[in-house]
Design a protein around this ligand. Structure first.
Ligand code: AMP
Ligand code: GLY
Length: 432
């Protein structure tokens, strides 16, 4: 088969790495790709949101399956555009992708399907929004309706912060059209976990759990980022909790989309808060998480291409996913200044040494190749990933590898995975 991956981050690198292992693959392309992906696939200079050019490339190069990494092309309808041309693409169509493309749509959908989520109000008018937040209880959460690269959410501790968030989204329009409507919702407390499922519109399989680390600094301090690291499995997710999430969240969502006549194919990612009242949905995404994919896919046994074909063709009930018992930890190394402004073009050293360590893979996110050197080309630069028996060993291993890698003003969190200890300790106390 000829396969095309769309995207250029760490998620697309792990997709390329996993897809390369499939005996079905003849040619692998990635548009636009990055320095690391170029070692596994032929990179094609087409932007991930240039749908017309991607369709043309797929037609001309006899692509049998296109795998879409990021949300923007999915929300813009890339899968519909491919299918109209008789081309196969893994991911939801435009209407199903609204689960991520519009938070108002997602909240109303959850409300209709009785899926547990925070109480919310929707506003399209600044005065009404301000009148509401003046009377509200704090903390509360304010969200722009549309795509905002993970930056459209503000957790506000008081009225001043809430007014600032409303002004930014609705008056200064920093997210442009994505801020035409806002959601004001109850602030939930608990631990966050991501549960991903792959669906063919009717059947679905849950992937093993992963936990992201969204804040920039250790101990979850500082602004939100795209994700500073992840580990899998996440022991906060017991088998019982997993069943609850399957029955109360994933299954009703798949059935609801089916009922609406917009069956959901592809990856349904539920961002959850495990509260004292049980799991509640913070958001749905319609694609693999980044960096969750870097922690989950290395543990997946079997052929990912087969799973994706089953999703496109409607036979996921014939597929069983298996998981490596080892723990996997991915630590993201960033450019100094991220998630604000940062410089690029810095030479990266130590990649070979890190990659040569036991069961360690260095996934590239923002890099580019220049001759035989790799240079930084983004905020999140690398996702160093290790597998080992047990989370402690995986953490030790991954940081040994991280310490091999150097570039000017690089930094990473030093506590990725350590949240797992609390749950492991708690469980062993209960067992005793
Ligand atoms: P979202 O893009 O909706 O997942 O929001 C980004 C981040 O904001 C989440 O990962 C949470 O850390 C936080 N967040 C979103 N909604 C809530 C909520 N209702 N209560 C508390 N934190 C939230
Ligand atoms: N890691 C969060 C996301 O992919 O949205």
């Amino acid at each position: 088969m000829n396969i095309l991956i769309v995207g250029s981050g760490g998620r697309e690198h792990v997709l390329a790495w996993k897809i390369r292992q499939s005996p079905k693959v003849k040619q692998l392309y990635c548009a636009p790709g990055n320095g690391g992906i170029a070692e596994l696939a032929q990179c094609v200079d087409i932007a991930a949101d240039d749908i017309a050019a991607l369709v043309q490339f797929a037609r001309e190069n006899k692509i049998d399956l296109t795998v879409v990494g990021p949300e923007a092309p999915l929300v813009a309808g890339i899968v519909d555009a491919f299918e109209q041309e008789g081309l196969k693409a893994f991911g939801p169509g435009r209407e199903a992708a609204l689960l991520e493309g519009s938070k108002v749509f997602a909240k109303e959908f959850m409300h209709d399907c009785n899926i547990p989520t925070a109480q919310f109000h929707v506003f399209d008018n600044v005065e009404k929004a301000k009148a509401f937040i003046t009377r509200a209880m704090y903390p509360l959460v304010i969200k722009a309706d549309g795509l905002a690269s993970g930056k459209g959410v503000a957790v506000c501790k008081d009225l001043m912060e809430a007014e600032k968030a409303v002004d930014e989204i609705m008056v200064r329009k920093v997210f442009e059209g994505a801020g035409a409507q806002i959601i004001v919702e109850e602030c939930l407390e608990g631990e966050e976990v991501s549960v991903l499922a792959i669906s063919d519109g009717e059947h679905f399989c849950l992937l093993d759990s992963a936990q992201d680390h969204k804040r920039i600094f250790d101990e979850d301090v500082g602004p939100n980022t795209g994700g500073m690291g992840a580990y899998s499995p996440a022991p906060v997710l017991t088998e019982k909790l997993r069943k609850t999430i399957e029955n109360r969240i994933i299954e009703p969502a798949i059935r609801g989309m089916q009922r609406n006549g917009t069956p959901f194919k592809g990856v349904l990612y539920a961002g959850l808060m495990i509260t004292a009242d049980g799991p509640m949905v913070l958001e749905f995404n319609v694609r693999f998480g980044d960096p969750e994919a870097q922690a989950v896919l290395p543990r997946m046994k079997g052929d990912l291409v087969e799973v994706m074909l089953a999703s496109c063709e409607g036979w996921l009930d014939k597929v069983e996913l298996g998981w490596d018992k080892h723990s996997c930890v991915c630590v993201v190394i960033c450019s100094g200044g991220y998630p604000g402004e940062y410089e690029t073009g810095k030479e990266i050293s130590g990649l070979k040494e890190a990659g040569a360590m036991s069961r360690t893979i260095v996934f590239h996110a923002g890099t580019k190749k220049s001759g035989d050197k790799f240079l930084t080309a983004g905020g999140r630069v690398l996702g160093v990933t290790s597998l080992a028996s047990g989370i402690e060993k995986a953490i030790e291993q991954v940081y040994k590898a991280v310490d091999q890698i150097k570039f000017e003003r690089s930094f990473c969190r030093r506590d990725i995975g350590s949240k797992a200890f609390k749950w492991i300790r708690r469980r062993s106390e209960v067992a005793r």
